[in-house]
Design a protein around this ligand. Structure first.
Ligand SMILES: C[S@@+](CC[C@H](N)C(=O)[O-])C[C@H]1O[C@@H](n2cnc3c(N)ncnc32)[C@H](O)[C@@H]1O
Length: 225
């Protein structure tokens, strides 16, 4: 599977900063993602993103008893670290190894523990009824086969799923017509799967954590029934 040549969707390529659809091996695609995000999140001091934890996440976990959290595509750890500070037992994964190393160094400085893996959305073992919380923040539009089913299986009953990303209208406004999630599409994935309650869902303008300007965003918090 890993060596199979795959045709990546224009959506995924655009999200990863690769402009044209082309045939890449999984390893080539992963290497491009790794290189692109190591550069943006660690090497490039001028890259504009919110180094503070995501607000939807902090609002959601406020007052909740900490448990086991999975931080998908953890980047340089801003959200994973905040959850650990709040007493959560945190596992995070990402392809960007330097970004993950940065998170681990920060955790060390603060005396916090993070479990991390260098993995992709597609290969990470999400497990069964393992997590009280899963975050998918600025990690794209969930374009992974059967991801709603995988996440449903992975969450404990009552477990939370927190998602935020750009709306398709934001992509169009940026001159990237394939970037961002189409209206309603992400929620529909989970509604079609069934077994989730929508605790919060909005498509509205807000401060984007990446780019740090006002954009139309999709905010979603689900609970597994
Ligand atoms: C915009 S950053 C968001 C990082 C973090 N979630 C945050 O909110 O700060 C996107 C992250 O997704 C990761 N990523 C992109 N495609 C991935 C994939 N297929 N598997 C795992 N991580 C991926 C990148 O390496 C990058 O760290």
């Amino acid at each position: 599977m890993k060596t199979m040549r795959i045709l990546m969707s224009v959506l995924a390529l655009t999200y990863c900063g690769l402009l044209t659809a082309q045939t890449l091996t999984v390893e080539e695609r992963n290497e491009r993602i790794r290189e692109r995000w190591n550069r943006s999140l660690v090497d490039n001091e001028n890259y504009r993103f919110n180094k503070q934890p995501n607000k939807l996440l902090t609002t959601t976990v406020e007052g909740i008893k900490p448990g086991k959290a999975l931080v998908v595509a953890m980047g340089q750890g801003r959200n994973a670290l905040e959850l650990a500070r709040r007493g959560w037992e945190v596992t995070g994964f990402d392809l960007a190894d330097k970004a993950v190393a940065y998170a681990l160094e920060e955790a060390d400085k603060e005396g916090l523990e993070l479990n991390t893996q260098i993995e992709s959305f597609e290969t990470f073992d999400y497990g069964t009824e393992k997590w009280d919380l899963i975050t998918w923040l600025y990690g794209g539009c969930l374009g992974v086969e059967d991801i709603a089913g995988t996440l449903k299986r992975a969450l404990k009953p009552g477990g939370l799923f927190v998602f935020e990303f750009f709306h398709r209208e934001a992509g169009i406004g940026m001159g990237r017509p394939n970037f961002g999630c189409e209206a309603g599409a992400v929620k529909e994935l989970f509604m079609n799967e069934g077994g989730f309650e929508v605790l919060f869902y909005e498509e509205k303008e807000g401060m984007a954590d990446y780019g740090m300007d006002t954009q139309k965003l999709i905010y979603m918090v689900l609970s597994k029934k």
